[in-house]
Design a protein around this ligand. Structure first.
Ligand SMILES: Cc1cc2nc3c(=O)[nH]c(=O)nc-3n(C[C@H](O)[C@H](O)[C@H](O)COP(=O)(O)O)c2cc1C
Length: 191
């Protein structure tokens, strides 16, 4: 089972890093699997710690994919890393073991401290739709355009029926990326 979270960490130079990642729980441990090359990977290897943020503000996911990284951060309690101010809850991790892989190493981490900040108010279909569109946007170059269009048509139903303002804004940021891609494709097709 994969949980989509926001991983926050810090470089040895003190630069904060925010990235959406899918994490897997392995017993008591959490496994983060960044593709190389990755600042998240470099930071966790160098600093030995990270934070996973459980966040229902899907603008953070869509924002990180569209160049919007300026999300308010708060210092973590027990590790040298920030956490998202908007997180519903967060978990601070210590790197325990690295399973090497040329493409995608596995960072096995031990939870040190967990805190709740806001209640989880239930599942929202538009939030799930934004996450799905984020995944599509990260694979625009690799997927057939018909698949992208048909998935967007389906996901739009959940947006129209169930989105709030945050979900609509996140959706628009991602759709702007899809529109740019469509324009580039039709230009290339015309040459
Ligand atoms: C929902 C979602 C899940 C993602 N999961 C991963 C992941 O597990 N591993 C990964 O390397 N990138 C994942 N990505 C893409 C990264 O967030 C993105 O490539 C980011 O720029 C990596 O930044 P970095 O240089 O800090 O590692 C995911 C993106 C989204 C939207």
């Amino acid at each position: 089972m994969i949980h989509e979270v926001i991983v926050t960490c810090r470089s040895t130079q003190g630069e904060n890093q925010i990235a959406p990642m899918g994490v897997v729980w392995r017993g008591e441990d959490v496994v983060i699997a960044p593709f190389r090359p990755s600042r998240t990977l470099d930071n966790i290897l160098a600093g030995g710690c990270a934070v996973i943020n459980y966040c229902d503000d899907v603008r953070v996911f869509a924002g990180c994919l569209t160049g919007r990284y300026d999300w308010p951060l708060v210092e973590a309690e027990h590790v040298a890393a920030p956490r998202l101010a908007a997180a519903l809850a967060h978990c601070e991790l210590r790197l325990q073991q690295v399973e090497e892989d040329p493409l995608r190493p596995r960072l096995v981490c031990k939870p040190l401290y967990e805190a709740n900040h806001r209640p989880f108010r239930g599942f929202n279909r538009a939030q799930a739709a934004v996450l799905e569109l984020a995944i599509l946007v990260s694979r625009l170059e690799r997927l057939p355009m018909e698949k992208i269009e048909s998935e967007i048509a389906y996901l739009t139903i959940a947006i129209d029926k169930t989105a709030g303002e945050r979900e609509r804004e996140a959706w628009e940021w991602l759709m702007a990326r899809v529109d740019d891609f469509r324009k580039r494709q039709s230009k290339e097709g015309a040459v």
